[in-house]
Write a new protein. Sequence first.
Lengths: 80, 248, 244
Amino acid sequence: MAFDSFDAFLAMGGHGPYVWACYIVFFALSLVLIQWSRMQRRFVLQRLAVRQAGANTAGRNIESNGKASADFARVDSLND
Amino acid sequence: MWQFFHKLGSPKWFYDIASRLMPWLLWSGVALFMAGVIWGLAFAPPDYLQGNSYRIIFIHVPSAFLAQSVYIMMAVAATVTLVWRMKLADVFVKSAAPVGAVLTFLALFTGAVWGKPTWGTWWIWDARLTSMLILLFLYFGAIALGSAISDEKSSARAVAVLVLVGVVNIPIIKYSVEWWNTLHQPATFKLTEKPSMPADMWVPLLLAVLGLYLLFGWLACLRMQTEILVREGRTRWVRELVKPGGNP
Amino acid sequence: MSSDESGVKAILHAPESSAGVLAAMKAVMLRDLKSSFRQPQDLLNPLLFFVLVIMLFPLGVSPEVAFLQKAGGGILWVAALLSVLLSLDHLFRHDFDDGTLEQMVLQPQPLFLLVLAKSMAHWVLTGLPLVLLTPLLAVMVHLEGNSIGVLCLTLLIGTPVLSLIGAIGAALTLGLRSAGVLLSLMIIPLYIPVLIFGTGTVMAAAEGAPVTGQLALMGAFLVLAMTLAPFASAAALRISLSNG
């Protein structure tokens, strides 16, 4: 250890506020960025699932009615 | 070898590869980065001149390195976008730009706060910080232009042109700012490590830099996956993925 | 036949030999110069802005001779930079609006040369008047004789660079909403090296130091900009036109 005590570690020889401000801001901003990215991904996945479920039920309703209608919700593309 | 490049043209292939890579990138990145940071914060000896404030280096230098590397990666991807019209390259640029901007801001913030105990002032117009500030605006420009153009293909190519123009200017900007700095600063203060850093200091620094690169890799994969899902939402493989029971 | 149509016709009928390239460039330049008379505000606004911005500094900071002498070169340079930035909007917009730009892109002559011609015309209409106005304004900020000459020289070499680099931004933001702010955000970082060397040269001159080195470097910037920027602008124009 480069420090004699935990208090000395926090104080950083008088430079404590600067060092800890940097580390706290770094980790805080990084976590915000990471969380935002994860939430974005989750949101997109949810939205795609909802849209697909909606399209599926729409298809089923039309079949049960026996009426002819155009289905514009799904685009079947085989892009791999 | 060419097969690899062909595969790289497929968003689905990248999505799968990314899913498998991400856990490795995340955990190795966290391990290396935290090892470097903890070693640097608690175990490395204090600096002869600066005392303990130099410990900011363990997050300042990785942020600064990555901020610049990410822009260069974006420039490479921009070239790929313009020459080979590969979609994934633009996906990378769009995903990486905000991360690069945050890293640049962190490099600026930590650099400025480090300046206070070292030079007695919160902000200093030295060559390095000023160049970083300009880099931040290069990032902002790319992000702003990308979101201003609604057509995906045009947006990709316009941002690619801007990023390439920026990367050509970076050495010019650096040189100009260095020259400007020597005009205005009689004493040149060097903010980073002296060439002969003891191993106790440069090893944790290296660990932190490597760890942050790996973490960037993880985050880039994550954000690229999101962008791919948005763009390819109507394809069959994505619809299979989001079905209940699928494994996104 | 209006000068507009004759200019467009000149472009459309220019033969495909290398002499045709120069003829096409000349036609583009002349067209821009002539059509500027139809929009005199495009000519006057940057000049007025230049003067007004310079005026703000003695009013807002300090009218003291010592301050103005020290800061004057920088103030004039910044004002010139902002004026050029303001004038970039109409570099391509008029042609974009009336369809001439699409014609230009379709020409057999290389687009980058036509863009170079437009950038030079833009400089003649914007940068050159600024340079001509500079001695008067330099006297108002109490710059000394030697400095004034060097300042004019740096602006003479530097403002074409500003037009050339600015053309890239104007081409990229063509047709976008809030193009003005976006343009400034994108282009100002690229303007910084020219600004630094322009003002640095003036300051060196004020101290009596030799300036030939810096002026040569600025000349190098100009050559670099003239050879590289038009390619980027041409690529950007194609992208913007394909967009909308």
